[in-house]
Write a protein that binds this ligand. Structure first.
Ligand SMILES: [Fe+2]
Ligand SMILES: [Fe+2]
Length: 346
């Protein structure tokens, strides 16, 4: 299977990592703001409902709107002096603890890592906003167009809530990591609504739900917990749209189209996984005397590494891909080999 980002790979003790080392190239990637995304517009004269489940999801979306400005208690304090998350739930927090750093340093490391991760979620939310706008044009049925329009507003709210939390409560919005930017550009410019739905609605929404759910169960800050809870509720509607739409698409797909979708789904998640949070570790590691390669070596030697590594994937995205028939006997071993697919939760 063809890999994405083939030019930035290197081996670390038998694991193939994606590592962007050239800082000029990273800057170029970040400053590439106008991305070519040739698309078409689909008119639709049938305004009645053709897909009842989607119309129901659209109704549900309308009922569950919320206001990020007024429905949250923005007076809740967020401080580096408190534990924002349980340290064992973060890479830097665990590493600082292992290195015997004092509690204040551990707390600061946890704070920085969470800030980095939310920043990446925010940039992902911006991609979701733009991609969902594309879906209102591309999707063939009225139900899909209406539902996608509903999601556009959800994604704007997610942009608003994470941007506000980062700037007013954490003080920093980290720039997008090079691996994530490359993958999001791939999704935004891929042709056809099937591939866009697969990439954003199924893959990225699924992985985001896994990450958010993990952070929600491990955060000790009530405002952050409430934000994640509300965003996650919206995201589960988005993932449901992905599954409903992809189910119909899979039913109609030729064998060749199925192979194309299976291979591309693997390529996107393999590349995301191949970064192993190196983009974050290279940004923040030095501040805490942490050598990214050393930390990854130690992590990979843990007897439960696969279990830890696969947790965010096994939460939603992998089970959904399996249900859709997009992880098959032909490809299953490749998913296992890179530590994304395990037998837990099956
Ligand atoms: Fe979102
Ligand atoms: Fe979403």
């Amino acid at each position: 299977m063809e890999k994405l980002i083939p030019d930035h790979r290197r081996m670390l003790d038998g694991f193939e990592l994606i590592d962007f080392v050239d800082t000029d190239e990273i800057e170029r990637l970040r400053n590439h703001l106008e991305v070519d995304a040739a698309t078409n517009v689909n008119w639709q004269w049938e305004y009645g409902s053709e897909v009842a489940e989607l119309r129901a999801l659209y109704e549900k979306g309308k009922q569950h709107q919320w206001n990020a400005a007024t429905d949250l208690d923005w007076d809740t304090p967020v401080s580096k002096d408190d534990w924002l998350m349980r340290p064992e739930a973060t890479l830097l927090g665990s590493a600082c603890r292992m290195l015997g750093k004092d509690e204040a340093t551990q707390k600061a490391a946890v704070f920085d890592e969470v800030c980095y991760v939310i920043s990446q979620l925010l940039h992902g939310e911006q991609a979701a906003l733009q991609l969902c706008g594309q879906l209102t044009n591309l999707c063939p049925t009225t139900d899909e167009k209406w539902y996608a329009s509903n999601q556009v507003y959800d994604e704007a709210r997610h942009n608003e809530v994470f941007a506000r939390f980062l700037s007013s409560k954490m003080g920093t919005i980290y720039p997008i990591g090079a691996t994530l930017k490359t993958l999001l550009d791939e999704l935004l410019s891929v042709k056809g609504y099937h591939m866009k739905c697969l990439g954003m609605q199924t893959i990225f929404e699924g992985i985001a739900v896994g990450i958010m759910d993990f952070m929600r169960s491990n955060t000790l800050n009530p405002l952050f917990r409430e934000i994640l809870k509300r965003v996650e509720q919206d995201e589960s509607r988005h993932a449901a749209f992905g599954v409903l739409t992809m189910r119909r698409c899979v039913r109609e797909a030729s064998e060749e189209k199925m192979h194309q979708m299976e291979d591309w789904a693997f390529a996107v998640l393999e590349a995301l996984n191949a970064n192993q949070q190196l983009d974050m570790l290279q940004t923040l590691g030095p501040k805490y005397d942490i050598d990214p390669d050393e930390l990854l070596r130690t992590a990979h030697k843990l007897p439960n590494w696969t279990e830890l590594n696969s947790e965010a994937y096994m939460h939603t995205v992998v089970p959904n891909l399996m249900r859709l028939g997009l992880i098959t006997e032909r490809t299953e071993q490749s998913w296992r080999d890179v530590g994304i697919l395990t037998d837990i939760r099956q």
